[in-house]
Write a protein that binds this ligand. Structure first.
Ligand code: MV4
Length: 452
């Protein structure tokens, strides 16, 4: 199968570099788009060509569909990789690419629409026999129906926005008396955030872990999974630390969740790379939560334990190649952890843009630093504050933890505040070291800060 001659990268920062590297290793030429403020950045230097698509505000540059399509046309790029964020999960963008005879490197527009309609995705998974948390089987139309559903499944319940994500339009309802108020608050918030106030309901699982499965699917409907990631360490619905495998994983557990993820992907005729998110409860039961229709920030931990380059696979699949691996060819080795380093105050998490006066990333055996930062670079205030991902691999979790401590300790970033000190504290935490944490880890962490 002939791959593309040239790919346009419609993103910035570390993920733009990550994609450019995959292209160059495949012998594919690259063009990258950039906004005015991103002119003097690494993706612009590393790509073969770069096209300015507008001013710093995302709405006028990285979200500007006509400007990006034009950039692909003037550079003769045959395909566009959207990275994550920005236009990665915009079905209109996929359709704009198709209309201009450009291949979108990612799932279909319909896959993206379903991934963004969480009530509908849940209903389809129920119908196809993928386990879901007890709850509504369709969007909830009014407060009376909300009460009926909540009484049927039992309190506590959680109401979620169909168009949601990032915790917006989500409310935990502990008891009957709060339902009316919480229902209307969630609806209002969802409408304000997404222009869509549609809600659905689930039983609230108080003690859960967030487990997700990386999948790859070709156009013939062959699907494999690359194992699980544990993304339970979150703050305000932002993942901070991710690891693979899940500490308590066994071949049996991995097969159970992996098979459920493949069934979910098959139910929606999924194409390219994606992630199926599950709730794991304290009984060891798993439930489908949602599907992410993009390459994710945390994809490297899976790459480290499988030795599969997920971006290269995305490109080959988008070019029409069939999966070259069977499920039995996917082998897992060692343990990987990722820490997302943000340009933020490590206590308050308030963004800290400004000039990085000195930047010396860690390296050495088993350490990978994905970043677009360098000494002298100015962190713009316009975009996400993620400035580096430190990913380590060790023979086992203990070695991975020691290696992460070593790597973060030698990381030098001067001129701005970063969250590195916060991660060094987490790495010393008793519950983190034992691996017994859940999604409430950081609530407890702030109160107790229990050190081992
Ligand atoms: C849940 C849950 C418990 N039960 N769903 C969904 C999006 C993700 N960011 C958090 N989500 C959750 N979904 C059911 N059925 C717990 C969470 C959750 C959470 C919810 C509210 C406030 C903070 C939270 C932190 C982690 C997980």
């Amino acid at each position: 199968m002939k791959l593309f001659k040239k790919i346009l990268i419609a993103n910035r920062g570390e993920i733009a570099i990550r994609i450019i590297r995959a292209c160059h290793e495949l012998g594919i030429e690259t063009a990258v788009v950039y906004s005015d403020i991103d002119r003097d950045t690494l993706p612009v230097r590393i790509a073969h060509e770069a096209v300015c698509i507008g001013p710093a505000p995302s709405a006028e540059s990285y979200l500007n569909i006509p400007a990006i399509i034009s950039a692909a046309e003037i550079t003769d790029a045959e395909a566009i990789h959207p990275g994550y964020g920005f236009l990665a999960e915009n079905p209109q963008f996929v359709e704009a690419c198709t209309a201009s005879n450009i291949t979108f490197i990612g799932p279909t527009a319909d896959n993206i629409r379903l991934g963004g309609d969480k009530a509908k995705a849940r209903r389809i998974m129920m119908k196809k026999g993928v386990p879901v948390v007890p709850g509504s089987d369709k969007p909830i139309s009014d407060e009376a129906e909300a009460m009926e559903t909540a009484k049927r499944i039992g309190f506590p319940v959680i109401v979620k926005a169909s168009a949601g994500g990032g915790g917006k339009g989500m409310r935990i309802v502990p008891e009957e008396q709060y339902l009316g108020k919480m229902y209307h608050m969630a609806q209002k918030e969802a409408f304000a955030a997404f222009g869509n106030g549609e809600l659905y309901m689930e039983k609230y699982i108080s003690d859960m872990r967030h487990i997700e499965i990386q999948i790859l699917a070709d156009k013939k409907g062959n699907i494999i999974h690359l194992g699980e990631r544990d993304c339970s360490i979150q703050r305000r619905h932002q993942k901070l630390v991710e690891e693979a495998p899940f500490v308590l994983s066994t071949p049996k557990f991995r097969k159970k969740v992996g098979d459920a993820a493949i069934k979910a992907a098959r139910a929606m005729k999924y194409r390219n790379a994606g992630t199926v998110e599950f709730i794991l409860d304290s009984n060891g039961d798993i439930y489908f939560m949602e599907i992410n229709t993009r390459i994710q920030v945390e994809h490297p931990v899976t790459e480290m334990i499988t030795d599969i380059d997920i971006i290269k696979e995305q490109i080959k699949l988008a070019a029409g190649s069939m999966l070259s691996l069977k499920q039995s060819d996917v082998k897992f080795s060692g343990h990987s952890i990722e820490c997302r380093i943000n340009a933020e105050d490590p206590e308050s998490f308030i963004p800290s843009p400004g000039t990085v006066s000195l930047f010396i990333p860690p390296g050495g055996h088993g350490v990978r630093t994905d970043t677009a930062a360098f000494s002298g670079w100015k962190v713009p205030a316009y975009y996400d504050s993620l400035i580096a991902k430190v990913i380590v691999h060790g023979r086992d979790r203990e070695e991975a933890i020691m290696r992460m401590k070593r790597a973060l300790s030698e990381f030098v970033i001067e001129g701005i505040k970063t969250t590195i000190p916060f991660y060094l504290k987490i790495l010393k935490d008793r519950d983190f070291i034992s691996g017994t944490y859940n999604t409430h880890f950081l609530d407890n962490f702030k109160k107790a800060s229990a050190s081992a």
